[in-house]
Ligand binder design. Structure first.
Ligand SMILES: NC(=O)c1ccc[n+]([C@@H]2O[C@H](COP(=O)([O-])OP(=O)(O)OC[C@H]3O[C@@H](n4cnc5c(N)ncnc54)[C@H](O)[C@@H]3O)[C@@H](O)[C@H]2O)c1
Length: 261
């Protein structure tokens, strides 16, 4: 895929992995709509990038991926500004297992991906007058592991993203819409997602100790590695692919079981 002059919409763009996706996309000649619930941070990042890449190539957009209207408005703003859309990166996500907010984890991590994919099909799909395109979801290695019991909400939303992507990314969907749909499963990555308060505040001591031991066994990779991997995946990936990016290594296809009937 030739990325030059393509247009990408990235959610959760104001921090961590999303920020690094945007940085690598811009470096590769893509115009980028930075979408995030934190519009102020998004705008100041875009102001910085516009000095390097020009105002015409970057846009900051308020977007809450849990809200249909807000999300669709982000698509409209992006298309109004750049006059087209080629790539959608459904990346916004949180890590929250609390009694109070567990449903936000589902609404953002899974609901945000489904909403973003449906909007991508609507705005890029050829049956609706679009020119086709590519969708990449950020899932997680946590959604592929079956041997850990911490973070059940987070893990199950990420597993749902993997299975949704395998289903909606089927070649038959591609034939109909001309939209390629893939997912990236990053390993543990050094971003604010894993900051103490949000993760550990509700945990009992034993749970906390297991989480710490777990973190020690799986050193964090840099978010730049995930940004770099996105470019390779956009260039080489096929619809329905699930890619793993861990330990700062090159992306590799996940080895998922296939049961046919
Ligand atoms: N950090 C890791 O170890 C890791 C590993 C695998 C997958 N991931 C996934 O990568 C993605 C990015 O996470 P990160 O680690 O960069 O975290 P992060 O906290 O640095 O960034 C998440 C961004 O999403 C935004 N966001 C939160 N709720 C939103 C909403 N409702 N609408 C729009 N934007 C919203 C936040 O404002 C923030 O800018 C997430 O889906 C996360 O689950 C992270």
């Amino acid at each position: 895929m030739d990325l030059k002059n393509k247009v990408a919409l990235v959610t959760g763009a104001a921090s961590g992995i999303g920020y690094n996706y945007c940085s690598y996309l811009l470096f590769n000649g893509v115009k980028v709509a930075f979408c995030d619930i934190d519009k102020t941070k998004c705008q100041s990042i875009v102001d910085e990038f516009s000095k390097k890449y020009g105002q015409n190539n970057v846009l900051a957009v308020y977007c809450d991926v849990t809200d249909n209207l807000s999300f669709e408005n982000a698509f409209k703003s992006c298309i109004d500004y750049f006059k087209k859309l080629d790539i959608v990166i459904n990346n916004a996500g949180i890590f929250n297992e609390t009694m109070k907010d567990w449903n936000k984890t589902m609404e953002i991590n899974y609901g945000g991906v489904v909403r973003g994919t449906m909007l991508a099909l609507k705005y890029m799909g050829t049956p609706f007058g679009g020119k086709g395109g590519t969708v990449v979801q950020t899932a997680s290695i946590a959604g592929l592991m079956s041997n850990i019991w911490i973070a059940p909400m987070y893990r199950s939303t990420k597993r749902a993203v993997v299975e949704y992507t395998r289903a909606v990314g089927d070649p038959r969907t591609f034939q109909h819409f001309n939209v390629r749909i893939m997912a990236i499963c990053p390993g543990f990555t050094d971003t604010p997602l894993l900051e103490g308060d949000r993760v550990h505040q509700h945990l009992i001591k034993e749970f906390y100790e297991v989480a710490q031991k777990f973190a020690n066994n799986f050193p964090l990779q840099s978010p730049e590695s995930v940004g770099k991997a996105l470019i390779e995946i956009l260039q080489q990936g096929s619809t329905g692919d699930i890619w793993v990016v861990e330990n700062d290594e090159n992306p590799r296809l996940a080895n998922l079981p296939v049961y046919s009937y």
